[in-house]
Design a protein around this ligand. Structure first.
Ligand code: C5P
Length: 230
């Protein structure tokens, strides 16, 4: 029997660091909103049965036509990213997928080949994992002054998608939120519950659109990807 897989796309943030006047997922890159780039890319994953897109209830920019096909459903987002993800996971209750991937709306540059690798490695090994890349820069800890140089050999930058068993992720997020723990990604909720989180090495151009200087870089990467069909 086919493994049931769903993807949750949190898209309910305001993107205050972008200072753009509109939420960053609606800024246009090469003439198309960031959110549409992300959803159009994910729609190419034919192994995925269902997609839940969490959008703020007060969002004035979202259009139903942004949902690429009948597998996509909109739900309301929540106060924090983890609340948006949990709302989307509740919507999946009846569908009850075995695995769920969570992918930020603000990461339109992710390579399909990396997502396919993540899905393959998680299913083959029977454990959750995330796309990540080894830190390249020298890392300093400090405030105004550097207090120390942190060894970087075991440091990874965490990206999305992050893929876990549906029931385990739902219960890990519920527990974290009930305990008032700040959760910036799904993996941290899983780590707190003692679940393994595989680090799946990925391309480092899977940036999260966050500040204005990300925009020309993202447009350049999109143009390169269109040429090479990534
Ligand atoms: O703000 P940040 O870049 O960390 O947001 C990551 C992703 O989480 C974005 O796609 C954003 O739209 C989403 N988000 C959400 N609900 C919130 C806050 C952020 O779905 N309350």
């Amino acid at each position: 029997m086919k493994t049931k897989i769903a993807i949750v796309v949190p898209a309910a943030g305001v993107g205050s660091r972008m200072q753009a006047g509109i939420p960053k997922q609606y800024i246009e890159l090469c003439g198309k909103p960031v959110l549409r780039h992300t959803l159009d890319k994910l729609a190419q994953l034919l192994v995925v049965d269902k997609f839940i897109v969490a959008v703020s209830a007060s969002d004035e920019y979202f259009q139903e036509s942004y949902l690429p096909d009948a597998r996509f459903v909109r739900c309301d987002g929540g106060k924090e990213r983890a609340d948006s993800v949990l709302n989307a996971l509740q919507v999946l209750q009846d569908f009850s997928p075995e695995w769920v991937l969570v992918h930020d709306a603000a990461r339109p540059l992710v390579a399909l080949t990396d997502i396919e690798k993540l899905i393959r490695e998680c299913i083959e090994n029977g454990e959750g994992g995330i796309l990540a890349s080894q830190v390249k820069d020298t890392i300093k800890r400090g405030d105004t002054y550097a207090e120390e140089t942190v060894p970087r050999s075991a440091l990874w930058q965490a990206y999305t998608p992050q893929m876990f068993r549906y029931q385990e992720l739902k219960s890990a997020l519920q527990t974290a939120l009930q305990n008032g723990v700040t959760i910036t990604d799904e993996a941290s909720a899983m780590e707190l519950q003692g679940h393994p989180v595989r680090l799946v090495a990925a391309r480092s151009d899977n940036i999260k659109i966050t500040t204005p200087e990300d925009l020309p870089l993202a447009e350049f990467i999109i143009q390169q990807q269109e040429k090479s069909h990534v």
